[in-house]
Design a protein. Structure first.
Length: 425
């Protein structure tokens, strides 16, 4: 993944990056930075706003799922819901099935599936979907033949296998599951290229970069600039600190989505969260995407790309904002950023270890089991160090990724117990 990348065989001086060599750049999973992606974007744009997409929505009762369905409500002529999968919230799933009439409705457990069926019968459902549960149900939802786009709103490594199977059936992916690329990038990116699908980011930072890259010609990208909200520890709740830690591995997701070398991915702290990220082009122009902090905006673009649908959202008011500030991250204050770069440059299974350790440590921090916020990077670094003897760079498989994910989570549990024991001595 460190060989110079340029998809053109005839053009001259179209190598992306600040060095002009393409070193460290890879083929992107998002449809950007190539002649083929430009042609595809133009072709789809000329279709007009009368398009219709058929969606499979994984995680329909969570925040990503419910906000995606709000988009369907706002643009009913553009979207049809063919499949829904969720956890155990049978009550909300019942409401969704009655309203959107999917062909498949899947729950995480057999008990939840049975409850869903009972509720639908009691509601006199006239168009009963196929009701499934567990891994089989999620796979059925992600691979339903009629859907052309799968929205991956489920959390964790559980999203990897259904995403892979959807890609193999040449379905576009509206990517809201960060594990897909942060952990699974070495597996996912080759599949995106092999099956020719579009990986469309649905989170705010990567959607911002994706939007900024529309119309940028091959080789025109010099640098990716991710924004993070940051903030003083004393001003942040545990949930806010958790969100901040989740942002750290996003340099890895940016690498796989847009192909940028880690040397050409920067992070800046932007407390107002209005500029969602930026790019710098080869002529040193900076292009940014701005908007209120509203997760629906990136979701809209992920399911409607490259179209711009009219939405009933509050317009941005720059005068109201008054001022925006930017600053370099303090790596002593935010040590997880450096760890994300280290794991990304190591490549292979190391990013799966980083992501799993980060999630496990953050969950323990939120659960008040005796860990401090600054223990999180110590636990992540410990997992990465312990993984070095088993680190796999080439021919990484899904089983490798899932095994590393499970191992790293267990390592954090065991290491944290040791840390707490030392504090009690």
């Amino acid at each position: 993944t460190t060989t110079p990348y340029s998809s053109s065989t005839t053009a001259v001086n179209v190598v992306s990056g600040s060095k002009g060599t393409g070193e460290g750049w890879i083929a992107p999973s998002a449809p950007v930075n190539s002649e083929a992606s430009l042609r595809l974007t133009l072709e789809k744009s000329l279709e007009g706003a009368t398009f219709q997409k058929r969606l499979s929505l994984l995680g329909s009762t969570g925040s990503i799922g419910t906000q995606t369905l709000e988009i369907v409500d706002a643009c009913p002529d553009n979207f049809v819901v063919d499949a829904l999968s969720a956890g155990t919230n049978a009550k909300l799933m019942t409401e969704q099935v009655l309203k959107y009439k999917p062909k498949i409705a899947s729950m995480s457990t057999p008990q939840a599936a049975a409850e869903l069926k009972e509720r639908l019968i009691a509601a006199n459902c006239q168009e009963m979907p196929e009701i499934l549960f567990g891994d089989e149900g999620i796979l059925a939802a992600s691979t339903i033949a009629s859907a052309d786009t799968v929205v991956t709103g489920i959390v964790g490594a559980a999203g990897l296998k259904p995403t892979i199977e959807a890609i193999k059936l040449k379905k576009d992916i509206a990517l809201a599951n960060k594990e897909t690329l942060i952990s699974g990038g070495p597996v996912i990116n080759p599949l995106v290229k092999e099956y020719g699908i579009n990986m469309l980011p649905a989170d705010s930072e990567h959607s911002a970069i994706f939007q900024c890259l529309q119309g940028v010609p091959e080789g025109g990208l010099r640098r990716v600039i991710l924004t993070a909200s940051g903030g003083a520890f004393r001003d942040l709740t545990k949930d806010e600190l958790f969100k901040m830690c989740k942002e750290d591995p996003e340099v890895i997701e940016a690498h796989y989505l847009f192909g940028a070398s880690y040397d050409d991915i920067d992070v800046v702290i932007h407390p107002q969260s209005i500029v969602h990220s930026m790019i710098e082009t080869q002529d040193t122009s900076c292009i940014a995407q701005l908007g209120w902090a509203d997760m629906r905006l990136p979701l809209v673009y992920s399911v409607s790309w490259p179209h711009r649908l009219k939405m009933p959202y509050r317009p941005l008011d720059l005068a109201e904002i008054s001022k925006m500030t930017f600053m370099k991250p303090d790596h002593e204050k935010y040590p997880c950023i450096a760890l994300a770069y280290e794991a990304g440059r190591a490549g292979g299974t190391m990013t799966a270890v980083l992501n799993a350790a980060n999630e496990a440590a953050n969950e323990m921090f939120r659960e008040d089991v005796g860990l401090g916020f600054l223990d999180i990077p110590k636990l992540i670094e410990s997992a990465m160090e312990a993984h070095k003897n088993d680190h796999k760079v080439h021919d990484v498989t899904l089983d490798d990724i899932l095994a590393c994910d499970a191992w790293a989570r267990q390592h954090v549990v065991e290491k944290s117990a040791t840390m707490k024991a030392k504090l009690l001595v």
